[in-house]
Design a protein around this ligand. Sequence first.
Ligand code: ZN
Length: 246
Amino acid sequence: MTDRAWGAPFETGGLAAVFAHPDDETFGCGGVLALAADAGRVTRLLIATRGEAGTPDGSPDPAMGDIREDELRCAAAKIGLNEVSVLDGYRDGGVADEPFDRLVDEIAQWLEERRPNAVITFGPHGVTGHPDHIVVGSATRWAIEQLAESGMAPAAVYVVSPIFGPGAKRFDLSGEEQGATHRVDVTAVAGRKLAALECHASQADAKQELADLRAQLEADGAIYEGYTRVRPIVPAPHPVFDAALL
Ligand SMILES: [Zn+2]
């Protein structure tokens, strides 16, 4: 399924994130993954593309894919990820052009082999509306429903709901992503989240996020990540934010 994997030997359980591009993991849940790693949990990441379209004009360049894969390795080391896998056969910007069932099956197989206790992915609007984000989030949630039929679903599934960050734009989010159920204080690992953002040096967005988070730390002395638990659904109204993921 992939020849571009690195990291730990096989061990089931822990916390797994499934995203579209190198850097999604750091923006979305770099803090929570670092906290989980510090707590001794297995942390792993599945990425659908190499991010080769992350060039200044958005035109794909295999050399950019190489650069971003190196950046992902750098970020994974800062965060403390045990394993990173990159799918084969999906173009940056073109994930939705491939058969959806194949994507679902590949994600389901990756999850089935690792049996994470909890999974983080994108919600219905993919935070930014990027089509790759939307299709990967959707395929991941479908894959988990498939696993649930064999009793192999993770105990909890979260979607990224970045409504507590300085750059958060609620109008860019779906209702599901706006309705965060979890607000996790990641200040204790802020340095590692910032260092992981620094790794993604080819991306202007990462530089901007770095500046925004530094400003928020300066102003408030704290940074947070937001999540919505979508499985099992948290009943509404949910007036109190949970402070940790499963
Ligand atoms: Zn992305």
